[in-house]
Design a protein around this ligand. Structure first.
Ligand SMILES: Nc1ncnc2c1ncn2[C@@H]1O[C@H](COP(=O)(O)OP(=O)(O)O)[C@@H](O)[C@H]1O
Ligand SMILES: [Mg+2]
Length: 341
């Protein structure tokens, strides 16, 4: 195989996420280097492209055959779509989901409407722009309040789970003020937490569910911001999860259904809660999951089933390469020589 030039697009974390969550979703130089090495291990030349305001010009001139996209983007609810949209404008094939899937999933409420419409169970919810909105009839507590357009559990702490209307409104106002966006209020699903990766294109496959076990279990566990920053000794990842075969199969099916509903490609991670009656609920789908070696959930999920980092990256890359092959015109064949005689 001739080596390709693969552009690696990313946003670099410069602010310490333990002190300030402004760049929590961005990647460290170490993650970018590991990803570049994994792509190179598949025989390609890697061109690093930080996804800042200079990217449009640099990408246009980079002469890359494919982009491996890890960029979370800057501002706004379309931020994750910026790089894929740019690739489409420039006619460069890229890994991962397209702008539409990235936009709809980043807006948690919008994503939940798609899931609900597609028959995927997701907790009841309400969007608050002011915190004064009336609660739907028959609303039941506890509830969890989160910023509607964030990830990496930004804004989520133990105080996000609320038991009454006054606390709900207080938390909504705090989230709206702090993150300058709507707050999403969801019914809190008491029970175990699972996450699983879906990888591949055009035929995606689901990994077995991985349980996120909270070692300091309380009644109201949440995989909150501080736990995601510092999980050693506080969270254990069990994969394959010790669950009945029926539940394993159901979560994989729901993950694949969700993946298809958004039209995702190559990779996504789907987060679940399973209630006390054993029913799985999809909390959200992440089409740009973190890919930090030995740390990110999907990397641990893959490792538990014998898929190492390089292979995981190779499987994501494969979808992009496949689409590239479908869109790149084959080199013109040399004219056949006229048969002798
Ligand atoms: N409806 C819910 N019921 C129970 N826990 C929830 C619910 N929504 C979120 N959580 C907890 O908060 C965490 C982060 O929420 P999530 O919606 O996945 O946001 P993020 O995009 O920041 O990962 C989840 O992993 C889970 O522990
Ligand atoms: Mg999540």
């Amino acid at each position: 195989m001739t080596p390709l030039r693969v552009g690696l697009t990313y946003n670099l974390k410069r602010i310490d996420a333990r002190r300030d969550d402004a760049e929590a979703e961005y990647d460290s130089p170490k993650t970018v280097a590991a990803l570049a090495a994994a792509i190179a291990a598949h025989g390609h030349r890697v061109v690093r492209l930080e996804a800042n305001a200079r990217l449009p010009v640099r990408l246009a001139r980079a002469g890359v055959d494919l982009v491996f996209n890890l960029a979370e983007g800057g501002l706004g609810r379309s931020r994750e779509a910026h790089v894929p949209a740019l690739c489409e404008l420039l006619g460069i094939p890229y890994t991962g989901s397209d702008p539409a899937a990235l936009c709809v999933t980043l807006d948690k409420a919008l994503g939940k409407r798609v899931l609900r419409d597609g028959g995927v169970p997701t907790p009841d919810f309400l969007v608050c722009d002011t915190g004064r909105e009336p609660l739907p009839r028959g609303w039941r507590f506890p509830a969890i309040v989160k910023p509607n357009l964030e990830g990496t559990s930004k804004g989520i702490t133990g105080a996000s789970v609320v038991d009454d209307e006054a606390a709900l409104r207080r938390r909504c106002r705090a989230m709206i003020r702090r993150y300058r966006q709507s707050a999403l209020v969801e019914r809190y699903v008491t029970g175990r937490e699972f996450t699983l990766g879906v990888v591949g294109w055009p035929r995606p496959a689901a990994f077995p569910p991985m349980e996120v076990v909270f070692l300091r279990a309380g009644a109201r566990t949440v995989y909150d911001y501080s736990l995601k920053q510092d999980w050693v000794g506080k969270v254990e990842y069990v994969c394959p999860a010790r669950i009945p075969q029926r539940l394993d199969a159901e979560m994989r099916r729901l993950a694949l259904d969700s993946f298809r509903l958004f039209g995702c490609r190559d990779v996504a991670r789907v987060d679940f809660r399973v209630d006390e009656r054993g029913r799985p609920w999809v909390i959200e789908l992440n089409p740009l999951p973190g890919l930090t070696p030995d740390y990110s959930d999907i990397v641990l999920n893959a490792a538990a089933v014998g898929i190492g980092y390089e292979e995981l990256i190779g499987r994501i890359l494969a979808g992009g390469l496949r689409r590239r092959a479908l869109t790149t015109p084959a080199r013109p064949r040399r004219a056949a020589r006229a048969p002798a005689g």
